[in-house]
Design a protein around this ligand. Structure first.
Ligand code: SAM
Length: 354
């Protein structure tokens, strides 16, 4: 196991970020846009309202903010969204962040739906990314179209192949959806084994209204506890415990038959908030200290009010970041059952990026 909270070294911008529960904040996830070219039924409603373009941070501002966090001990940075690769000029940001690798930053990575990977995989690798997460809930083309509403499986599979050819390690993320893909986990495990990808299954989380109680927006109907899934998989696969960790909430097993890792992200059946090392920045410069709570901090105003983020422990931006970290809550309160079928937080996953 990892040490619970390895302390980051003091960065060029002063003391590392440590929250009231002694958790060092070393992982920043950045939602570079809340827009997406898919409309996954558990993530978005069909008629989404997006953040006003006028409120977006520029890519230059995002790069500055990321630099400010890296200077304060952040060692892992993930670009997400919405779909990060549909943000115009996003490769400029990736290229701008790459040079931080080895200079404070250990890892620069991405979570994507894969639709744009044919176009960008080689550039991502060239900018210093080593591994990426690709979301893929099913290998059935018709089911894929109905889950994503707007997506095409073939395009994503081509994207995944392009990423593999570019030399990127790939982890497939699949949200476990009762009655939708629960008959397919064996196939996904076998397919990942054949193609050399790791796989993580994720419990559906109650984030944002997605369109009501019965039909595609019914989370209580979608929710599938992964404790049950794992017990079922163990009847057909040899799952060997491992202490492999990526700094995230997944717990991994090795599938002996394929040699690949199988992870489970279980915010509902078993949360790991006590090890949380992350905060999330939206494309408008709002910092969320917990995926499952509403509290947030505006970093855009202090960012725009100060030209110099490097001021050692000084300035409005530094104060705003530190005040936000001081409010990081102990954990989330996600519950899904018939009595709690609504959203635990009002924003959609696409705002804070999963
Ligand atoms: N567009 C990118 C993608 O598809 O990976 C990045 C953003 S997406 C919001 C990040 C991840 O969150 C995806 O794996 C998606 O399946 C997952 N996700 C979205 N809504 C979710 C929810 N309510 N519960 C659990 N996972 C969710």
């Amino acid at each position: 196991m990892d040490a619970p909270h390895p302390m980051p070294q003091v960065g060029p911008n002063g003391a590392p970020l440590v929250d009231p529960y002694a958790r060092a904040i070393t992982y920043l996830r950045v939602s570079v846009t809340d827009r997406c070219d898919f409309r996954c039924v558990y993530c978005m409603s069909e008629d989404m309202h997006f953040l006003p373009k006028a409120e977006l941070l520029t890519l230059e501002e995002m790069a500055r903010l990321c630099g400010a966090f890296i200077g304060r001990g952040v060692r892992k940075l993930r670009l997400t969204g919405g779909e990060p690769l549909v943000r115009r000029n996003v490769m400029w940001l990736v290229r701008e962040l790459g040079p931080h690798l080895g200079r404070g930053l250990d890892e620069l990575t991405l979570t994507t739906n894969g639709s744009q990977l044919v176009k960008y995989a080689a550039e991502l690798k060239a900018a210093g990314m080593r591994r990426i997460n690709v979301s893929l809930d099913t290998l059935d083309a018709a089911k894929f179209a109905s889950i994503t509403r707007w997506g095409r499986l073939e395009q994503v599979l081509e994207g995944i192949e392009a990423a593999k050819q570019a030399g990127l390690a790939i982890k497939i993320n699949a949200v476990a959806l009762k009655g939708v893909n629960d008959g397919e986990f064996d196939r996904l495990i076998a397919w990942c084994g054949e193609h050399g990808h790791d796989l993580t299954l994720i419990e559906v989380m109650p984030m944002g209204e997605i369109g009501g109680e019965s039909g595609p927006g019914d989370r209580a109907a979608q929710y599938l506890p992964l404790s049950m899934v794992r017990a079922d998989l163990k009847q057909r696969w040899t799952l060997e415990e491992t202490d492999y960790r990526t700094g995230g909430p997944a717990r991994y097993w090795t599938v002996k038959e394929t040699g690949r890792r199988l992870g489970f992200i279980t915010p509902l059946t078993h949360n790991f908030c006590e090890l949380c090392n992350r905060v999330r920045l939206t494309c408008t410069g709002t910092l969320y200290m917990c995926l499952g709570q509403e509290d947030s901090a505006d970093l855009r105003t202090p960012l725009r009010g100060s030209a110099d983020d490097a001021a050692h422990g000084a300035g409005a931006l530094d104060a705003a970041i530190r005040a936000a970290i001081a409010r990081k809550p102990k954990g989330h309160d996600f519950i899904i059952d018939r009595r709690h079928a609504g959203a635990a937080v009002s924003r959609h996953m696409s705002v804070t990026g999963g």
